[in-house]
Design a binder for this molecule. Sequence first.
Ligand SMILES: [Fe+2]
Length: 437
Amino acid sequence: MAFSYMPGFGNDFETETLPGSLPQGRNSPQRPAYGLYAEQLSGSPFTAPRGTNERSWLYRIRPSVRHTGRFKAATYPLWKSAPNIGDHELALGQYRWKPVPMPKEPTDFIAGMRSITTAGDVLGQTGMAAHVYVANRSMVDDHFFNADGELLVVPQVGALRFVTEMGVIELRPGEIAVLPRGLVFKVELVDETVRGYVCENYGAKLTLPDRGPIGANCLANPRDFKTPCAWFEDKETPCRLIVKWCGQFHVAELDHSPLDVVAWHGNYSPYKYDLATFSPVGAILFDHPDPSIFTVLTAPSGEEGTANIDFVIFPPRWLVAENTFRPPWYHRNIMSEFMGLIHGQYDAKEEGFIPGGISLHNLMLAHGPDASGFEKASRAELKPVKLDNTMAFMFETRFPQMLTRYAAEVETRQENYIDCWADLKKRFNGTPEGDWS
Ligand SMILES: [Fe+2]
């Protein structure tokens, strides 16, 4: 079955599956067509300024109060929320991991969530968590919503299908999806085994960065974001609704599917985006701009220019700068940087940082090209070079990222990561030429 999408970022969309199921000219008719219930889903306070005011109207078979019930506690021990501090013994450091192992037991998207870092405070609605999901089983009768934040999903292995109450998003590696806070969904696997990264955003919603002097085009263009058209099922079999709420999990039994929205309109909705449509802007003579030039989405923190989260990619691009050290420079940062690699090779670390891997360069911890990368880039002939077959990304946040016990103890952590800089030797010898022997 092919699912369809509507283009645009933050548009006021409208979509219906049955003719006339979407009321026109009003939100809440006395008797909506088809006997549907009208319900508002608020993604911002009622009184938020127009530019950040988000809500949608959903016309559904049953109102959402019928999709809950008496909750019981549920346990997902590897999905952590901030603050999650002091549950391991690992000392401070720059860290890197090989890919998180695929599960041996039957595992769905929710049970397969492994938190790597948490930052900020979920109760204060600031900060984020960085997770890796691994799964080998579709959610069939289980459904989920996250009251703690929106989920930015970055697949790395395998295609999946997010069957949400507002429509279906099919997603493959190279694309990303954002599932807003509160949206009910289940995850079906298109491929047998899947893995990817998730940024759980506790704060203000991800939005497009301002482009400043870049102008009206390039970077992520709004038309390349795709929101699903309405889709529903009228299924009356036992189902469950699992909720993540203030870092804890709860579950309710239902006798029907909650994915019953026949029509909807509004600007609070899930979306996907193909990273290949990002139009990178960069240096065309010398040096290179800060990596913020590659920001796809940013979640503001309330302090201007100081993001709760920046989602930044390192896409294929031409390197043309003259008399320039072309890889990322050595760096200490007030922001903390969680990196992943979707496929290919990252130019500052040609070895060791492999697709599915993770690196973490935390608040004020030094990092930069490894010794071989430095050596190679310092001696390279500076002709135009296409950096191809690569897609790395970064979840960058103003908050320090605290490692979880899982991340500290998982066997895929590379104990020797720090040694990648050990061979950077002293080249200062008092002469202007330096020692390049
Ligand atoms: Fe950095």
